[in-house]
Design a protein around this ligand. Structure first.
Ligand SMILES: [Zn+2]
Ligand SMILES: [Zn+2]
Length: 332
């Protein structure tokens, strides 16, 4: 079984998990071209990929998704809420004021009434209006409020569909499924996305487990449970608390990162490793390090101190995943 981190961090994430003849790309958070380049660098053949698996819809995890999936003609596995959020993100929108929106709705109503009056209801324009009404009625969209605020309007027809994928497969957190020779167990993580997940991958033929848990505000009990008995663990070690507090981010962003649905600090990752981790992993990869608010040495130091006496030549090797270059493949 093999884990190859192609990129990790807020500018893009992608990891290849391989076992037997199965290859899964977890997240496609860089351009298709960059992903192909990085796979070539580490000897992973893009044409051999069986599927793309998505943790959540943030752009650093999906930037190259549609182009890569269409190019390789492979299925994309994600949860339905993640898929819906991603499609919404890609749908071209224009922002208009509430007054303008009201005016448009009233004009359409008037047009509809006029058409009905001349017996054209159900014609082309009527059909389009119904289409837009359906979008406005979508419960996933916030209902327009009676106050002057900006509301979003969806154009009646998008030119091309940027969210087109060759095939989509839905999974649900807590419900395992298989891709080729790999069993995938998705688990819910606390993060400010529609339905974010981490994964445990199990190579059936080799009894090995590899896990990915990045983009989480803290480590809740279900994640602690999921990460038991893994052989390779890619764990978030996003920021040093002091560097974040003193760093350049505006206060609103600092609050988001620090929140229960933000990112895991070095200290929180270390606390997990000290208190809850079972000590059995061959390798721990620290990932999603902030370039602004962390230093690789700080992340490593915190993790190694937490692992303490359990560190040895045979287990608990600590590696650091980087943003700019792929990490050497971890083969078990
Ligand atoms: Zn991320
Ligand atoms: Zn995220």
């Amino acid at each position: 079984m093999r884990m190859t981190v192609l990129a990790s961090g807020s500018k893009g994430n992608a990891t290849v998990i391989a076992a037997g003849s199965t290859r899964i790309l977890v997240d496609a958070g860089m351009s298709c071209r960059e992903l192909m380049k990085r796979m070539a660098l580490v000897g992973e053949d893009p044409e051999a990929l069986d599927a793309i698996l998505i943790t959540h819809e943030h752009v650093d995890h999906v930037a190259g998704l549609s182009v890569l999936a269409r190019r390789l003609k492979i299925p994309v596995f994600l949860t339905e809420p993640t898929h819906r959020a991603w499609v919404r993100m890609l749908t071209p929108r224009t922002t208009m004021s509430y007054a303008k929106w009201l005016e448009t709705v009233q004009r359409e109503k008037q047009m509809r009434a006029e058409e009905a009056a001349v017996g054209m209801a159900g014609g082309l324009a009527g059909g389009l209006l119904e289409e837009q009404a359906a979008i406005i009625d979508d419960p996933a969209e916030p209902a327009p409020q009676a106050s002057p605020r900006a509301v979003e309007a969806v154009p009646l027809k998008a030119k091309a569909d940027p969210a087109a994928l060759p095939a989509v497969e839905y999974f649900r957190a807590g419900h395992g499924f298989s891709i080729g020779e790999i069993d995938v167990n998705p688990f819910t993580i606390p993060h400010d996305a529609a339905d974010p997940c981490g994964f445990v991958f199990h190579a059936r033929s080799e009894s090995l487990r590899m896990a990915i848990a990045t983009d989480l505000g803290y480590v809740p009990p279900n994640v602690k449970m999921a990460l038991r008995g893994v052989d390779v663990l890619l764990l978030e070690s996003n920021h040093d608390l002091e560097m974040l507090k003193d760093g350049p981010y505006p206060w609103s962003v600092k609050q988001r990162v620090l929140s229960r649905v933000g990112h895991l600090s070095n200290a929180a990752a270390a606390e997990f490793l000290m208190r809850d981790y079972d000590g059995g992993a061959h390798t721990i990869v620290l990932g999603h390090l902030s370039e602004q608010n962390n230093l690789p040495e700080l992340a490593r130091l915190a993790a190694e101190q937490a692992i303490g006496a359990r560190w040895s030549l045979l287990s608990n090797r600590v590696m650091l995943a980087a943003q700019d270059t792929p990490l050497e493949p971890i083969c078990l």
